[in-house]
Design a protein around this ligand. Structure first.
Ligand code: F3S
Length: 62
């Protein structure tokens, strides 16, 4: 599974970084993914981050 952040949508609220720090980190005002492939043990929190993002900026690819 892969995840990415749409930089045009992200408002930098940091919910994803708090929910799933294994995958997301802040780069300036925006979140980015720091891994190419989501580790198996972070998939659940990664999905949760995608659901919780208020602007739905997180794209999950299975
Ligand atoms: Fe951005 Fe959504 Fe994360 S707004 S900082 S991708 S929770």
């Amino acid at each position: 599974m892969k995840a990415k952040v749409d930089p045009d949508l992200c408002t930098g609220c940091e919910v994803c970084v708090e929910t799933c720090p294994e995958v997301f980190e802040m780069e300036g005002d925006l979140a980015v993914t720091k891994v190419d492939k989501v580790p198996a043990d972070a998939e659940e929190t990664c999905r949760q981050a995608a659901e919780e993002c208020p602007v739905e900026a997180i794209i999950i690819e299975e």
